[in-house]
Design a protein. Structure first.
Length: 283
């Protein structure tokens, strides 16, 4: 068993590319011992080598939708590093693009398995180690547009999974109240990732409005993934210890404005923003 380095440990799923890789770069650069997990062994090891130029990083191949391998992976990480402080769940797929009746049911379910169940399985595996140390930060990715004014058509499995992630965050946060472990979700905005390319390939199946917006997004560059990474670093810190059960926009919210939030407002920064509000008609 390798000796504990005395540094905090961050585990990033989906860390070999896109937002996950930006997260891993940020945590490694901030001094965390960073472990990235992704399905393809060659990709995750290549990304780990690149991230190691900024700080300590290692890569492991893992399918987050398989609970036993996930549990074994976290046991191995905790044994090697002595602790698990931060879990950032970035592993995700779009699933089938197009009208629901044309979707392959197996592909539809796969998006739920990876996006939602993968988040839950990783949190479940990390929790015993976080509880043992009395500290932990679990951060999920809610997906671009979740909580916004427009729901994208023809992405029903992706949208369903990401809305469910927000519900999972709220439920687990309430379950862990007083434990020293917080659970939050980040909506990263319209980031240019491989998912954007899938929309462009799908063409009209994605819906005319969404396709046009995606083409414009690619042309303009999209939201920098570093915004989501910065929000994750803030949520991982001591000053965010009072913030839990929230879905936060990397684009709209600013960490400095959230520091004073604490536990104030049961529904603020959640997808359920109205509690017991009475409306009366004007006479």
């Amino acid at each position: 068993m390798e000796k504990f380095s005395g540094r905090k440990v961050a585990v990033i799923t989906g860390g070999s590319q896109g937002i996950g890789k930006a997260m891993a770069n940020a945590f490694a650069n901030a001094g965390y011992d960073t472990v990235i997990l992704a399905r393809t062994d060659a990709d995750v090891k290549k990304a780990a080598r690149e991230i190691s130029e900024n700080g300590a990083c290692e890569g492991m191949a893992l399918d987050v939708s398989s609970p036993k391998p996930v549990e074994d992976a976290f046991l191995g990480i905790a044994k090697k590093h002595g602790r698990v402080d931060v879990l950032v769940c970035c592993a995700g797929i779009y699933g089938p693009i197009g009208p629901l009746e044309e979707n392959d049911p197996a592909a539809w379910k796969q998006a739920i398995d990876i996006n939602l169940c993968g988040t839950a399985f990783c949190a479940r595996a990390a929790l015993p180690h976080m509880k043992k140390q009395g500290f932990g930060r679990i951060i999920a990715l809610a997906g671009g547009g979740v909580g916004g004014k427009n729901v994208k058509p023809n992405l029903s499995s992706y949208t369903t999974s990401k809305f469910a992630v927000c519900g999972f965050v709220e439920a687990l946060s309430a379950e862990l109240a007083g434990s020293g472990i917080t659970v939050n979700a980040i909506s990263p905005g319209a980031v240019n990732t491989r998912l954007l390319e899938q929309v462009l390939v799908a063409g009209e199946k994605a819906g005319k409005k969404f396709l046009e917006a995606s083409r414009e997004q690619k042309e303009k560059g999209g939201t920098p993934p570093e915004l989501a990474a910065g929000m994750a670093l803030f949520l991982a810190g001591e000053s965010a210890g009072g913030i839990s059960g929230k879905t936060l926009s990397a684009v709209w919210e600013k960490p400095e404005a959230l520091s004073s939030l604490g536990g104030k407002g049961q529904s603020i920064y959640t997808l359920r923003r109205i509690d017991g509000v009475l409306f009366s008609e004007k006479k």
